[in-house]
Write a protein that binds this ligand. Structure first.
Ligand code: ADP
Ligand code: ASP
Ligand code: MG
Length: 411
């Protein structure tokens, strides 16, 4: 008998029929002799609606109250899932984050889980009960509800799996696995049977929303085997129909490039005529870091006249207003012109094989050039290359690169 954590995303619990369908999967796992903890998201669209309510009343809302509001979607589904399981003759109860307790830091809106006291839940699971936990939420040491950032139920599931010492964490969603790229953009994307934690982490952090980045980070650190699979297909997790996210050693065939990711949530900021003196970058990026702005790609041009230079960087779109305010208030930048562009997409190629293969970047640049796609910013790391291009090229760039690296599934 194994212990597993299964998580159902928003679409998978999008209405009452879908909650019942998800409950059937849980029952099937229990019948296989497994002890099961379930993590649920809010019904699809609910979190967006709750966020919108907060913004409508006040764009400058109190983040603690925002969390009190947006965490509530998951409360509804956890209760409904428990009722659906009880109807199927399974002993089940719902748990909210504060009841477990899922302890978080107090960075409201994107809190991190610090500790889970799973003792009470463990005892109930040992006694044969199914636990249904509301994802995305926890409680702070100040006794306030906190949420884990959009897509955070994935992280709840992995954290719970680690705390319970589960054998596996199954992430049920609306696609049947992790693909070489978003199958909604490239219909010929290929499903991967396995992907390493490292590659999945890059794919997620570069925009592949199928798993929240922190969930992969945690799975890797805590060695939790993760499976991504479909809620809408017959097979259950114990049949292993999905994609396994696992250790690099477990992957026999290492591709040079394994996937293409894109992210439309960043904006480009350009500073013209920044004084070209030692410490200029620190003057810009220090205050941004103090303001909790996550700066991503950075380029600084060679100074034309040795007095001033230009700097370009990207920030999350939702942090753009804060960025413009912070940069506008830096007194050393008084003569600097600030421009921004929200119409950009970051497209990335990811693969562990890149460590030992040259020429990956050249293939990318040639393929994009052939389609007349202009590259605005480039950044690289050991296993990825990212380029920033105009948003209108999103689909063309993703498709072109997917084909250029031969990632397509056979017809
Ligand atoms: P859930 O609500 O179940 O958490 P999400 O919408 O967060 O589901 O994540 C699933 C979506 O991720 C898919 O519908 C798909 O469009 C998208 N996606 C992006 N990149 C990939 C990828 N490489 N493989 C699979 N799905 C991807
Ligand atoms: N309901 C939350 C969201 O939409 C968390 C999640 O679904 O993972 O972001
Ligand atoms: Mg998700």
């Amino acid at each position: 008998m194994g212990r597993i954590v299964v998580k159902f995303g928003g679409t998978s619990v999008g209405d009452v029929e879908r909650i019942e369908n998800a409950a059937d999967k849980v029952v099937a796992e229990v019948k296989r002799g497994n002890s099961v903890a379930v993590v649920v998201s809010a019904m699809s669209g609910v979190t967006n609606q709750l966020v919108e309510y907060c913004r409508k009343i006040s764009p400058m809302y109190d983040a603690r109250e925002y969390d009190a509001v947006v965490s509530s979607g998951e409360n509804i589904t956890s209760g409904l899932m428990a009722i659906a399981l009880q109807k199927r003759g399974i002993a089940a109860r719902s748990w909210q984050g504060w009841q477990v307790q899922i302890m978080c830091n107090d960075v409201h809106g994107k809190a991190r889980i610090e500790d889970i006291d799973a003792e009470a839940m463990n005892a109930r699971l040992d006694a044969g009960e199914v636990a249904v936990l509301a994802g995305f939420q926890g409680v702070t040491s100040k006794n306030r509800i906190a949420t884990l950032g959009r897509g955070g139920s994935d992280t709840t599931a992995v954290a719970l799996a680690a705390a319970l010492g589960a054998d596996r964490c199954d992430i049920y969603t609306d696609v049947n696995g992790v693909y070489t790229t978003d199958p909604r953009i490239v219909p010929r994307a290929r499903k991967l049977d396995k992907i390493s934690y490292e590659e999945m982490l890059e794919m997620a952090s570069l925009g592949a929303k199928v798993l929240q980045t922190r969930s992969v980070e945690m799975a890797m650190k805590q060695n939790v085997p993760l499976q991504v699979l479909s809620t809408f297909e017959e097979a259950i997790g114990s049949d292993y129909p999905g994609t396994l996210v696992t250790k690099e050693e477990d992957i026999m065939e290492k591709q040079v490039v394994n996937g293409i990711a894109y992210n439309v949530d960043e904006a480009k900021v350009t500073l013209l005529n920044v004084p070209d003196v030692p410490g200029a970058a620190a003057k810009v990026f220090g205050p941004l870091s103090d303001a909790n702005v996550n700066v991503d790609m950075i380029v600084q041009n060679i100074s034309q006249n040795e007095l001033v230079t230009d700097m370009t960087f990207t920030v999350p779109k939702q942090e753009l207003d804060r960025t413009l305010e912070v940069v506008g208030n830096i007194k050393e930048l008084e003569g600097t012109e600030i421009r921004y562009d929200k119409n950009v997409v970051k497209v990335s190629v990811v693969g562990i094989g890149m460590r030992s293969h040259a020429g990956v970047a050249q293939t990318m640049f040639n393929a994009l050039a052939e389609k007349g796609i202009n590259i605005q910013v480039i950044s690289t790391s050991e296993i990825k290359i990212s380029v920033l291009v105009s948003a209108e090229y999103k689909e063309l760039a993703v498709r072109t690169l997917h084909a250029a690296y031969g990632l397509e599934a056979d017809e």
